[in-house]
Design a protein around this ligand. Structure first.
Ligand code: PLP
Length: 403
């Protein structure tokens, strides 16, 4: 089946809620994917930060296949070793004490919102329920996570949205001080905003947010669904900031390509979820958790995360060099291997040109070329990608001159 046929089939039978590129992927290995015509691409989208170890990482495949042959599902009426062992790994390598497992990022945030509220209602017996989120955030597509997402385009047409959410400007402590009050139960924030265009919270700002939460008795929930698990050059992004959150949400990279999400919380806050309070049929699925364990074990190998940090500097230097060359680049932002090149106009032509030349990147917030390479990307692959980007930006700049 070729690209055109698969596209026509999808257009006929799938709902039209995505705008997709006109290719279908058939195979992936490491940093590369092949479309249905056999064309090879260097993949710096990585399934939007899911394939953080590259496509079909052997340790992840091996763990998942082995688990597939033993037990694929049992339900949360029973314990399974992969879920318990994954939770153990997450706890032992974080500042948090307990884990709730689910299937996606939006479900992790939904659960975190419910946990924060239930902690106040049932443990503290206080009537505080408002969740504060931030401009340009993205927290998912379920109705509460979409409401938490402070972007009109995500809300549009879904009225009535649930109450109990308030918004503040990102990276602006005074804006948060103005909104936080004695009805606030949690502040929910991405330390590095992904979909919003790679916006990095300032170190001082996030520390001030932590202090403000402490002062007002508010929970700090960090959405590390895109920026967590090694992406910033730290296993958890909060480590870069030197703060401890009360709750962290994870997904994307966690399952190594399989659907897996997690909420990590302190012992005290976890008490909000007593038996029967929350659940998920597929949450903690043994195959996904076995894969998740292989992902974490790989990330925890000596030198892996330091390698991400070093490669992150290499990428940033390359991106700054491009910014020095092309006036169409307004700003370069990023942390670790989460990099945004902000253009002076919508960047879809750059994305299309890169794709034609065999490099996958995508555009966030319309103008930001987002690079999410695999965390084990090589210098040679980085050099190849930046030479393609250079060509694409040259064409993009020429097109502006013609306009
Ligand atoms: N939170 C963040 C920071 C994300 O980037 C995303 C997805 O892009 C989500 C939540 C939602 O995750 P999912 O699409 O797995 O529901």
């Amino acid at each position: 089946m070729g690209n055109v046929y698969i596209k026509s089939l999808g257009e006929k039978y799938l709902m039209a809620n995505y705008s997709r590129h006109p290719i279908a992927f058939a195979k992936g290995e490491g940093a590369y994917v092949w479309d249905a015509s056999g064309k090879k691409y260097l993949d710096f989208v990585t399934g939007l930060a899911v394939n953080a170890l590259g496509h079909c990482h052997p340790a992840v495949v091996e763990a998942a296949v082995r688990q597939c042959k033993e037990l694929m599902h049992s339900s949360n009426l029973y314990w399974t070793a992969p879920a318990a062992e994954l939770a153990q790994l997450l706890v032992e390598h974080s500042c948090l004490d307990r884990v709730f497992l689910c299937n996606s990022g939006t479900e992790a945030n939904e659960a975190a919102i419910k946990l924060a509220r239930r902690y106040f209602h049932t443990v503290l017996k206080e009537n505080r329920s408002t969740i504060i989120t931030f401009s340009r955030s993205f927290h998912g597509r379920t109705i509460a996570a979409a409401t938490a997402t402070a972007q009109e385009v995500v809300h549009s047409g879904f009225d009535p949205l649930p109450g109990g959410f308030a918004y503040a400007a990102y990276n602006d402590i005074e804006a948060l001080e103005a909104v936080i009050d004695d009805t606030t139960c949690a502040v929910l924030m991405e330390p590095v905003q992904g979909e919003g265009g790679i916006n990095v919270a300032d170190r001082d700002y996030l520390r001030q947010v932590r202090e403000l939460c402490d002062k007002t008795g508010t929970l700090l929930v960090l959405d590390e669904i895109q920026c967590g698990l090694g992406r910033t050059g730290h296993l958890f992004a909060y480590e870069y900031y030197g703060i401890k959150p009360d709750i962290v949400t994870l997904a994307k990279a966690l399952g190594g390509g399989l659907p897996l999400g997690a909420v990590l919380a302190t012992e005290e806050v976890s008490a909000g979820f007593g038996p029967g309070s929350h659940g998920s049929t597929f949450g903690g699925n043994p195959v996904c958790c076995a894969a998740g364990r292989a992902v974490l074990e790989t990330l925890l190998e000596p030198g892996f995360i330091e390698g991400v940090r070093d490669m992150g500097h290499y990428f940033m230097n390359k991106a700054f060099a491009l910014a020095g060359k092309y006036d169409c680049i307004k700003e370069v932002r990023g942390l670790g291997l989460m990099i945004g090149i902000d253009l002076n106009r919508p960047g879809s032509a750059v994305v299309d040109a890169c794709r034609e030349k065999g490099l996958l990147v995508n555009c966030a917030a319309k103008t930001v070329i987002r690079l999410l390479p695999p965390l084990n990307v090589t210098q040679q692959q980085a050099d190849r990608a930046f030479s393609v980007l250079d060509e694409a930006l040259a064409e993009f700049s020429e097109a502006e001159e013609v306009e």
